[in-house]
Design a protein around this ligand. Structure first.
Ligand code: PFF
Length: 456
């Protein structure tokens, strides 16, 4: 078997196209919605430092392993892993590596589309001046009313999924590459615009200090664990995404160099997002540790009071939708490719089936924010709604476990020679990568995993 042949689904037209698409997959709600609020909750600088170490030490090596599996197998994750299992004459058990990822990615997208739908709706709320002159209580009430209106939310998540389905149905080059080619540069420019606005009208100095002056007394063990978990989430690891995009890699593209670029771009966007959001938060004397509502409740209060807040509030949510959209595309692609491979569907049929199932699953998340009694259930400890349980199952169980399996599979099961053929590193660097993947990453992940489920 060689990795030189293209995938049946297509191939990226260039190295740059791949980097853009994979960066689009990585940069999303995780960077702009989640990263700032977990930095806020965990006290700033020291957490940022640990997060950066996690990206470098575990995120990048695991990303390389995933892309390598995809590039070698040239198919959707389950069939790519199957090909590597055959080559290594390993047990079918390892197919779980792919299945856990694809399942996690699919479940994540079901709620990701709902949150992206919130952002979509907020474009219009910001644009019509709904935040202007409102105080914290009024904005809170507005948010509360908004998320307790299921039919409206179903409409917004439908819109996000429909757009995602249309792009993916068009294929790798004509669909994904083209959409990402517009959305990513636009998103980046809008982010810079917001950051400049924030620096001008907010308290940039305090924000900068908060993010980059580490105060280790504020760092807890839970913060360390959260940083590692977020490294997985933000780089789209263990969710089928990087394996799938790796399957479309042109043969001459360097897995090492492109992974570094993707990780740098993703990290830079997260840091700029922090530098765009915190000056606005501090400049308006608000709390950095507001939690998941930071973007949907705290920021609108600020935009409602600031000069040109209508314009820049709108720009902010447009930017957020672009970022979420390119990640949603990536999250659905492995399911679509698998349906095409397994049942010989056409892409548009596979896209339609996937988006419909996702939309229906998303209804569970939508009702989690309303009073409906059927979404009030607990599978995992302390998780009270459908959404809480889904988030727990994916982010806290499937992603770390999936990451562990990928590291062990490539580190211990796949023949070193095979990995060496795909990963373009010199002898020394390859050994280092292999060591990190075989020992450092699994041990760190096992530790985190045990801690997350309360056993360590
Ligand atoms: N990496 C993207 C984000 O940070 O929003 C999207 C994402 C992909 C999140 C895959 C989680 C995941 F497992």
């Amino acid at each position: 078997m060689s990795s030189n042949k293209a995938s049946v689904h297509g191939q990226w037209s260039s190295r740059l196209a791949y980097i853009l698409a994979a960066t689009g997959a990585a940069v999303g709600l995780g960077n702009i919605w989640k990263f700032p609020y977990i930095v806020g909750e965990n006290g700033g600088g020291a957490f940022v430092l640990v997060y950066l170490v996690c990206i470098l030490l575990i995120g990048i090596p695991v990303m390389m392993a995933e892309v390598m599996i995809g590039k070698r197998g040239r198919k959707s994750p389950s069939n790519a892993v199957r090909a590597l299992i055959a080559e290594a004459k390993a047990k079918p058990f390892w197919r779980l590596t792919a299945w856990m990822g694809v399942t996690a990615g699919f479940l994540i997208l079901s709620f990701y589309a709902v949150i992206a739908g919130w952002a979509f709706a907020y474009i219009f709320k910001a644009g019509s001046g709904e935040f202007v002159g409102k105080d914290a209580a009024q904005i809170g009430e507005m948010f509360g009313n908004f998320i307790s209106n299921p039919h409206e939310l179903m409409f917004w998540s439908f819109l996000i999924l429909a757009m995602t389905g249309v792009v993916v149905a068009k294929g790798v080059q004509k669909g994904i590459e083209k959409a990402v080619g517009y959305a990513m540069p636009a998103m980046f420019i809008l982010l810079i615009v917001i950051a400049i606005y924030a620096a001008k009208y907010g308290d940039f100095a305090q924000a900068f200090n908060f993010m980059f002056a580490p105060d280790f007394s504020k760092l807890t063990i839970n913060g360390v664990l959260e940083a590692l978990g977020h490294a997985f989430f933000t780089l789209s690891l263990a969710s089928g995404v990087m394996m799938m995009y790796g399957a479309y890699l042109p043969k001459e593209t360097s897995i090492f160099k492109s992974s570094i670029w993707i990780a740098i771009a993703d990290t830079v966007v997260a840091l700029i997002a922090g530098l765009a959001i915190f000056p606005i938060v501090f400049g308006n004397n608000m709390e950095a540790g507001a939690g998941p509502g930071l973007i949907f409740q705290t920021l609108p209060i600020a935009f409602g009071q600031m000069p040109m807040g209508i314009l820049f509030g709108t720009v902010f949510f447009v930017m957020l939708v672009f970022a979420a959209f390119t990640s949603a595309i990536a999250l659905i692609e492995s399911s679509v490719a698998w349906l095409v491979e397994r049942y010989s569907f056409r892409r548009w049929q596979a896209a339609m089936i996937s988006t419909t199932v996702l939309w229906l699953l998303g209804v569970g998340t939508i009702y989690s924010f309303t009073e409906a009694s059927w979404t009030q259930f607990t599978i995992f400890p302390e998780q009270k709604t459908f959404f809480d349980n889904l988030d727990y199952l994916t982010s806290k169980l499937l992603l770390p476990l999936g990451g562990l399996m990928i590291a062990v599979f490539v580190g211990w099961v796949v023949d070193k020679k095979v990995a060496k053929e795909e990963i373009d590193l010199n002898e020394k660097a390859f050994k280092l990568w292999h060591f990190v993947l075989s020992y450092v990453a699994p041990i760190a992940i096992i530790y985190v995993f045990l801690h997350l489920i309360g056993l360590a």
